[in-house]
Ligand binder design. Structure first.
Ligand SMILES: Cc1ncc(COP(=O)(O)O)c(C=O)c1O
Length: 427
């Protein structure tokens, strides 16, 4: 469906039923698939024929939904994973093995930060963090001879920084490595990183793509543009025979368009088994069908609430790239011309006690460790996700004690503003 616009792709890409077939994506709730001869099955194992044999590797429901997301992002292939964490792990691990290194924006989701800074080093994979606002020179300085990739988030969770995708892609390519972007908060409705030079896109589909707080999931999309063979010395996992897969060289057999996702499926999913369930893939597709309608409303609600908070005397600062006073306003105009997302963060005067009193007063907006679904929710990191840190440590981490992360859902914006107003009045 690559000729259609993004709104149409949200609704119809990925699954085109034939005559008399189900109109909605069918849930193939089966772990295994039946064949008439061992020869038929052998061809699948040898990657000589395409088809299904075991749902830990591939399932038709998942493939329909993955194909939709690949089309929405402008990629050539995609794979669903059991979570966003698994998607980011696979994306890096497909390129970087023991002894490898990658460069990463420091402004990323805390779970991804832990994965990269604590767990991957235990596997011999090293990361160098750079500022999301690093200059070309600063980025160049972070590269090493064993660097295999660059990673960033389009709109970072929770700092809401907006990355200069073109710059990061340019520097990555100058060093012969791909740029991987976690596009969870922007979604392909508001930004398609591949159009700005990014090579691989990941998502926590748990967030806006699902959009209803129903299923944890992730996805990896390959642009099909990175020429692995041109940098074969850096990517032996793609460019030399895989002994665990009958000596197949992924980049040779599947080309630029298919090598990355085939390796993710045939090798990583086979061995690590983080597949999304077909039932969750079905729910995800329902979310995708309305993503374009919902994202416009999330962003409009985020904008209205950010403007309201900006004018409140109780509020010290508001971070939202749609505000002309925001550090990322100009960059957001370039990368997010249709708007950003529904997540706004703001710091209350009066620190931790003020944040606690304010949140206690909320009636409509719930306190949750979640963002990016239909119902508005909020969180004070100092009293929840980061409660082990002192006020001083919080300040050093760029998370003031009075900071509230508010995820604006799909409610009427005036009801959200009314709820915030009464909570301010009752502090
Ligand atoms: C930007 C981003 N990437 C990845 C993740 C991890 O996703 P999941 O919770 O689906 O594993 C999250 C979770 O909040 C996220 O916000």
């Amino acid at each position: 469906m690559s000729d259609f616009r993004i709104d149409t792709k949200c609704v119809q890409a990925g699954y085109r039923p034939g005559n008399g077939e189900p109109r909605q994506v069918p849930i193939i709730q089966s772990t295994t698939f039946k064949y008439d001869t061992s020869e038929d099955m052998g061809k699948l194992f040898d990657l000589e024929a395409s088809g299904y044999f075991y749902t830990r590797l591939q399932n038709p429901t998942n493939d329909f939904v993955a194909a939709k997301i690949a089309d929405m992002e402008g990629g050539t292939a995609a794979m669903l994973t059991s979570s966003g964490q698994a998607a980011n792990f696979f994306a890096i691990f497909c390129l970087c093995e023991n002894g490898g290194h990658f460069v990463c924006s420091s402004s990323i989701y805390g779970g991804t930060f832990n994965l990269f800074a604590v767990t991957l080093p235990k596997m011999g994979i090293e990361v160098t963090f750079v500022s999301p606002d690093a200059t070309e020179e600063e980025l160049n300085a972070a590269f090493k001879p064993n660097t295999k990739a660059v990673f960033g988030e389009t709109i970072a969770n929770p700092a809401l920084t907006v990355l200069d995708i073109e710059l990061f892609a340019k520097v990555a390519h100058a060093h012969g490595v791909p740029l991987i972007m976690d596009n969870t908060f922007a979604t392909p409705v508001h930004c398609r990183p591949i159009e700005w030079g990014c090579d691989i896109v990941t998502h926590s589909t748990t967030k806006y793509m699902d959009g209803h707080g129903v299923g944890v999931g992730g996805v990896i999309v390959d642009s099909g543009k990175f020429d692995w063979m041109a940098h074969a010395d850096k990517f032996p996992g793609l460019c030399t025979p895989d002994d665990s897969y009958h000596g197949i060289t992924y980049a040779e057999k599947f080309g630029k368009e298919g090598a990355f996702i085939t390796k993710c499926t045939a090798q990583l999913m086979r061995d690590l088994g983080c597949i999304q369930s077909p039932q969750n893939a079905f729910y995800l597709n329902l979310g995708l069908e309305s993503l374009h309608v919902r994202m416009a409303r999330h962003a409009a609600n985020g904008q209205a609430v950010a403007e309201f908070l900006k004018a409140r005397p109780e509020v010290e600062t508001v971070t939202y790239s749609g505000l002309p006073t925001d550090k990322y306003y100009e960059r957001a105009k370039k990368y997010l011309p249709k708007g950003g997302c529904g997540v706004v963060s703001f710091e209350l005067k009066g620190g931790r006690p003020a944040a606690e009193a304010f949140m206690k007063g909320l009636k409509l907006i719930a306190i949750e460790t979640h963002v990016a679904d239909a119902r508005s929710c909020c969180l004070n990191p100092a009293t929840s996700t980061h409660r082990q840190l002192t006020d001083e440590q919080l300040r050093d981490a760029g998370i003031p004690a009075g900071l509230i992360r508010l995820s604006c859902g799909l409610e009427d914006p005036q009801d959200l503003i009314d709820d915030l107003t009464q909570a301010f009045a009752n502090m």
